[in-house]
Design a protein around this ligand. Structure first.
Ligand code: ATP
Ligand code: MG
Length: 218
């Protein structure tokens, strides 16, 4: 939060007394960008807090494939800008997952966004849903930069980012995966990662078929 707010202060300062209209346009454009970044961070923090407070989850049956497909649609634009192909593995039968729609959309959205963001140009992202008597599994696979073993355990921590320079360049705050973890735990599910630097990563989320008494996470 300090970074975008600090940037806005500097930009506002630079705007004072500036009368070159092209420069004003440029500075204002950057201020809007920084304001959006701050707004996103605040949204993420609010969402985390809401889940942590243990607000009772209003779980409903949802179409698992549709959830993943919506998550893919949200990043299709940025994916095509970098020629990253997103494929959703087709399924003959529908799979139902039980959960809070907004939270699940956010968790899957963060995983798909990461898969695209940490892919190389021309990369590929595969999305799949599997359901059986035990539960529903979502997998998000990319052939991107991968995550070194020593970082894998830490990436779910708030604000933790592997390659600081690269991450700064790509934008974001390091809250995405902590939202994923909190959402999944609040739904009594689990999340795991398999990754190899330079080869790619697979994030798997498992959700139980039915939710028992759920509310807060310890
Ligand atoms: P934000 O999601 O808040 O915009 P972010 O993407 O940096 O920012 P997280 O989603 O929490 O934060 O991810 C934490 C870190 O884990 C990332 O900075 C990146 O280093 C690493 N990471 C996450 N997903 C992947 C992936 N699919 N491939 C490689 N590295 C990843
Ligand atoms: Mg992210």
């Amino acid at each position: 939060l300090k970074t975008p707010v600090g940037a806005m202060a500097v930009l506002a300062d630079a705007l004072t007394g500036e009368d070159d209209s092209e420069m004003v346009q440029r500075l204002v454009g950057r201020m809007v960008f920084e304001a959006e970044r701050a707004a996103r961070t605040i949204d993420d923090l609010l969402q985390l807090t809401e889940i942590e407070l243990g607000t009772v989850i209003e779980a409903v049956p949802l179409d698992a494939v549709a959830l993943l497909s919506t998550a893919a649609d949200r990043v299709r634009h940025s994916a095509s800008e970098r020629s990253v192909e997103i494929r959703l593995v087709d399924r003959a039968e529908p799979v139902t997952v039980v959960g809070e729609p907004r939270q699940l959309a956010s968790a899957l959205g963060n995983l798909v966004e990461n898969a695209v963001k940490y892919s190389e140009v021309g990369g590929r992202v595969d999305l799949a849903v599997d359901g059986d008597g035990d539960g529903v599994a979502f997998t998000v696979t990319d052939d991107g930069v991968g995550i070194p073993q020593r970082d894998v355990e830490r990436i779910f921590e708030r604000f933790y980012r592997v390659d600081k320079a690269r991450s700064r360049e790509l934008g974001g705050t390091g809250l995405g995966l902590s939202i994923v973890k909190h959402v999944v735990l609040a739904h009594q599910g689990g999340v795991s990662v398999e990754s190899r630097p330079g080869q790619g990563s697979t994030f798997s989320v498992r959700m139980p078929v039915q939710l028992g008494e759920v509310s807060s996470i310890e």
